[in-house]
Design a binder for this molecule. Structure first.
Ligand code: PNS
Length: 157
């Protein structure tokens, strides 16, 4: 049984995140999508709201579950018996920081990080940009699930 974690802020989940989670669910026995609880940063969505949106977006994937975590990702991996961290790579600009985090996490507990290249149609996609566009009334319906689009509209109404 190989159990992996897809960690992130997911404020909110986008089709880019779901591309990675879907593909991870085909490659590994168990996938945990873990939302970071960042006490020093208030998001648009609460952690509970983010988890609810993730649950709805992954309900068709029986081997995917969701969780939240505080503190270090490597501690979450140890506590939950996670074998590897799975991250999406959108572009080479992601690589420097992702490599640094992967090596730091590997040095702390020897947990491996595996990178999945993002599908090109989502290579520009980031939650921050989705929020920026939605905030100003732009159409993000092709970039997030329908119910996330609806929640964004409600937040910015
Ligand atoms: O979606 P994001 O904001 O890019 O996700 C970043 C995340 C949550 C994966 C990263 O910040 C993280 O793992 N934070 C937990 C704290 C931690 O372990 N820091 C050391 C990383 S080397």
């Amino acid at each position: 049984m190989t159990k992996v974690v897809c960690p992130g802020s997911f404020d909110p989940v986008t089709n880019g995140h779901l591309d990675i989670v879907n593909r991870a669910s085909r490659l590994f026995d168990e996938v945990v999508v873990a939302v970071l609880v960042n006490e020093s940063k208030t998001g648009l969505f609460t952690v509970e709201e983010r988890l609810d949106l993730l649950d709805r977006a992954t309900e068709h994937l029986p081997n995917v579950s969701t969780a939240s975590f505080t503190g270090l990702l490597v501690d979450f991996c140890t506590t939950h018996g996670v074998d590897a961290i799975v991250k999406g790579l959108r572009a080479v600009t992601d690589f420097d920081y992702e490599l640094q985090m992967a090596q730091m996490n590997g040095s702390l507990t020897e947990v491996d990080t595996l990178f999945i290249p993002t599908t090109p149609e989502y290579s520009f996609l980031a939650s921050s940009l989705v929020k920026e566009v939605a905030k100003h009334g732009g159409d993000v319906s092709a970039l997030v699930p329908d119910f996330v689009d609806a929640e964004l509209k409600a937040k910015y109404a």
